[in-house]
Ligand binder design. Structure first.
Ligand code: NAD
Ligand code: DAU
Length: 377
């Protein structure tokens, strides 16, 4: 079947993996990548698909209602996969307005443009879908009741090998929203708008809330690419607080596969949580990164341990995230494809092998921003 799909934020980290998957897997679909190319958007992430006949890039701001309306009409869009966002918690603490503008107003502009377009057609909402990509951070933070870890109650391929859980509670699709950072508050607000468009106007929507992603093409302000690059260059590794915070890590291609499955087979108006039952304390993950980078660079074991530098904690730093993804596994048969240690090895190798990609980003403006952001920590 032919489809015209608008993917927003396709030049970013997760978006680029989703665009690549759809362009390669669905030659009959027209994939339109709408991205403003903010500091986080990078067309180099999509070099391998840029000349493909079923792919088109459009530079635009999701918060520019008129531009979005034009794009929806011009490309006869019948499905939206919405990833464009301001995505970094530390930036949201410094500049919350940008997060409200992009994540809330931008999502609203897209919803309204989709509504206007789809309601003007004879078939209206039939065969249409607005798929909103959200985060587990909207649920707030979980208790860390087992600081030393305990046997995880469920496991997936990602957590195979007897990985640990750090508490007995998990985020479910029914967990109440309780965001703490300006980033998660803006994502929570956008989620509410998406559901409101279903309940008020009958728009077919689906929302997914995913845990922390890792893999190639992630902007090096986020923990994993930042630390891999710092280890390589012998720079300090700024660990917030005591490094006790827990995150639930999923390989980015497994997230993209889940998005594909839910876009095609998910139930309308449903929410699906996506995660691999793969919890790691930051400091333990950082030790794995140090060991892996040192080994791949041929350094002796322990060579980069001294780079660990404890710094002032992130304001409002959520202690633990842990997703219960059993609904998605049960209803649609999704499972992570990679065991975490395999995924980390692949990821670290990718960053080491793609130093040009990293160098272009970490020079110039980004360096200046980084200095400003972290001076005084
Ligand atoms: P990212 O920061 O790497 O990419 C965001 C993309 O959005 C960039 O290409 C940027 O240019 C674009 N963008 C920003 N503002 C825009 C605007 N006004 N108009 C058009 N494009 C704009 O983000 P990511 O980590 O790939 O996250 C993608 C989505 O997934 C976000 O909605 C995020 O909340 C969500 N998410 C991320 C994670 C994660 O671990 N990274 C986990 C769960 C959910
Ligand atoms: O849970 C999903 C979320 O994961 C997404 O919605 C966000 O877009 C994404 O950025 C990510 O948020 P986090 O804040 O968890 O990711 P980050 O990589 O910024 O940090 C991971 C953990 O590491 C967190 O506990 C903070 C800590 N940290 C981070 C950085 C950048 C450090 O200790 N030092 C650092 O320099």
């Amino acid at each position: 079947m032919k489809r015209n799909i608008l993917i927003t934020g396709g030049a970013g980290f997760i978006g680029s993996h989703v665009v690549r998957l759809f362009v390669n897997k669905y030659p009959d679909y027209n994939i339109v990548n709408l991205d403003l190319l903010t500091y986080a958007g990078n067309l180099a992430n999509l070099k391998d698909v840029e000349g493909r006949p079923n792919y088109k890039f459009v530079k635009a701001d999701i918060a520019d209602y008129d531009a979005v309306r034009r794009i929806m009409a011009e490309h006869e869009i019948d499905g939206v996969i919405h990833l464009a966002a301001e995505s970094h918690v530390d930036r949201s603490i410094k500049d919350p307005f940008t997060f409200a503008r992009t994540n809330v107003m931008g999502t609203l502009a897209l919803l309204q443009a989709a509504r206007e377009r789809w309601e003007s057609l004879p078939e209206k909402y039939e065969g249409k879908l607005f798929y909103h990509i959200s985060t587990d951070e909207v649920y707030g933070a979980l208790e860390l009741t087992h600081p030393g870890g305990t046997t995880a109650p469920f496991s997936t391929k990602a957590s195979a090998g007897g990985h640990e859980a750090y508490g007995t509670e998990f985020f479910l699709e029914t967990t109440n929203y309780n965001p703490h950072s300006p980033y998660s508050a803006s994502k929570a607000s956008s989620d509410h708008f998406v559901r409101a468009y279903h309940d008020t106007y009958g728009m077919p929507v689906v929302v997914t809330n995913c845990s922390n992603n890792y893999g190639p093409y992630q902007f090096p302000e986020k923990l994993i690419p930042l630390f891999v690059n710092n280890i390589r260059h012998g720079k300090p590794l700024p660990v917030y607080g005591k490094g006790e915070n827990v995150r639930d890590w999923l390989y980015v291609e497994d997230h993209a596969r889940a998005i594909d499955l839910i876009f095609h087979k998910g139930r309308i108006a449903e929410t699906y949580n996506i995660g691999g039952f793969n919890e790691w304390k930051n400091i333990d993950l950082i030790r794995v990164l140090i060991r892996t980078v040192d080994r791949l660079l041929g350094n002796p074991e322990g060579h980069s341990d001294h780079l660990i530098t404890y710094v002032t904690d992130r304001a409002g730093h959520d202690l633990r995230y842990a997703i219960d993804s059993r609904k998605l596994q049960r209803e649609l048969g999704w499972e992570p494809s990679l065991q975490f240690e395999e995924g980390i090895e692949k990821t670290v190798r990718w960053y080491l092998d793609n130093q040009d990609w990293m160098d272009r980003i970490t020079s110039g403006e980004y360096e200046k921003y980084y200095e400003e952001m972290y001076s005084g920590r």
